[in-house]
Design a binder for this molecule. Structure first.
Ligand SMILES: Nc1ncnc2c1ncn2[C@@H]1O[C@H](COP(=O)(O)OP(=O)(O)OP(=O)(O)O)[C@@H](O)[C@H]1O
Ligand SMILES: [Mg+2]
Length: 360
């Protein structure tokens, strides 16, 4: 059941955002990394939403735009209703504090010459989070404990004296000390070995549930996305092709790209059938180069003549489940802007509770 929409402006909103790298929009060697994407991230639903898609599909570009690290080529990004490109001074600081990043390579935020404490004390000073030394110490200890680290084994050490997984959890602790309204975690576990992945994802889950912080979890790994998230967005070449409740999307994918993606990975339980039959071609279609239709047409096993004419809008093959594919054009169409609704639905599971949270 959907939570009544709040009338406050959403935390972050992307409106028709396109990001092109290199050259001009018409240049031959430019890459359209994100193509006319609109979505809303509300800060008041503590969900974990995964963004999945193959390498180069635009996931990091989406994350960097959301955090204001790069500017869109066209379209608008709003932070609490205000254009990010116009933010300055205290509003910019607020934005920087509200949206925290956890990156792929935890080493990149550590300076090898400073103790691990440095990574935590810098934001405490910058955002004036503590009034005294003991305040500062308590803040660090609490944050480390929340992510399952023992402060006495972490503080006072140098980055190389911690494992990759511990370093990554320190960066999660750093993010949550700021009481952000959103954590964007871009491939946070791809640099650590499998045994540590679960622990780090567990700490993200804990942060999500105990502090009610929504998390955007970006990954090319469908397995972890399935285990950790409530909702999922599937990207293909800069567009969102499918979105919905994670259980529904993974067990009954609708878009042929998602179907291929899911069927191509070995799932741990051989008795459980994942995905569905892959939709297959019923018409003989030539896909001309440079056509303006669906970006997946070249690879699609179910391509139809209309797929190369126009890009498909998102349809709703089932409640809370959208797929941008003409196979479902007999179903209701979801206005493109509303794909964002998929990010704001309250999941039916336990993470739907709106606890008190921790005061900022
Ligand atoms: N700074 C840049 N300059 C030029 N092209 C770029 C730049 N950053 C990304 N791209 C291109 O934009 C496209 C999307 O890249 P992006 O990094 O967003 O993909 P991704 O989904 O995060 O991939 P991965 O899973 O490999 O991290 C790719 O084709 C990439 O080569
Ligand atoms: Mg990336």
């Amino acid at each position: 059941m959907a939570k009544p929409e709040s009338t406050d402006p959403p935390l972050i909103e992307l409106r028709n955002v396109t990001k092109t790298y290199g050259g001009g929009v018409l240049s031959r060697d430019s890459t359209v990394a994100l193509d006319d994407v609109s979505l809303t991230v509300r800060g008041d639903t503590p969900q974990i939403v995964s963004v999945v898609g193959e390498s180069g599909s635009g996931k990091t570009t989406l994350a960097s735009l959301l955090m204001g690290f790069i500017a869109p080529t066209s379209g608008t990004i709003l932070y609490e209703g205000q254009d990010v490109s116009s933010l300055s001074g205290p509003r910019m600081r607020e934005f920087r504090r509200d949206v925290q990043a956890v990156f792929q390579d935890p080493f990149s935020v550590f300076n090898p010459f400073y103790k691990v404490d440095h990574v935590l004390t810098v934001p405490i000073r910058k955002f004036r989070l503590a009034r005294s030394r003991s305040d500062r110490h308590d803040l660090m200890v609490n944050a480390l404990e929340t992510v399952g680290l023992r402060p006495d084994e972490t503080l006072g050490r140098y980055p190389h004296q911690l494992s990759g997984g511990q370093r990554q959890r320190v960066t999660v602790a750093r993010a949550l000390m700021l009481r952000p309204k959103l954590i964007v975690a871009d491939e946070p576990v791809s640099m650590v070995d499998a045994s540590l992945r679960a622990t780090i994802l567990e700490s993200l889950r804990t942060v999500n549930q105990t502090l009610n912080v929504p998390i955007l979890y970006i990954t090319h790994d469908l397995g972890t996305a399935y285990h950790v998230s409530d909702h999922i967005l599937v990207m293909y070449r800069g567009t969102i092709v499918e979105a919905g409740d994670v259980e529904t999307v993974i067990t009954a994918p609708k878009h042929p790209y998602t179907q291929l993606l899911i069927n191509s990975i070995p799932w741990p339980d051989p008795d459980r059938r994942w995905g569905q039959e892959i939709a297959t071609r019923s018409e003989q279609v030539t896909v001309p180069e440079g056509h303006g239709g669906c970006r997946f047409a070249e690879r699609c096993p179910a391509v139809m003549a209309k797929c190369v004419e126009n890009p498909p809008p998102p349809y709703l093959p089932a409640a809370d489940h959208a797929a941008a594919c003409f196979l479902y054009d007999d179903r209701p169409e979801l206005p493109k802007e509303e794909l964002s609704r998929m990010l704001t639905l309250v999941p039916s599971g336990s993470s739907a509770q709106q606890g008190e949270g921790v005061p900022r």
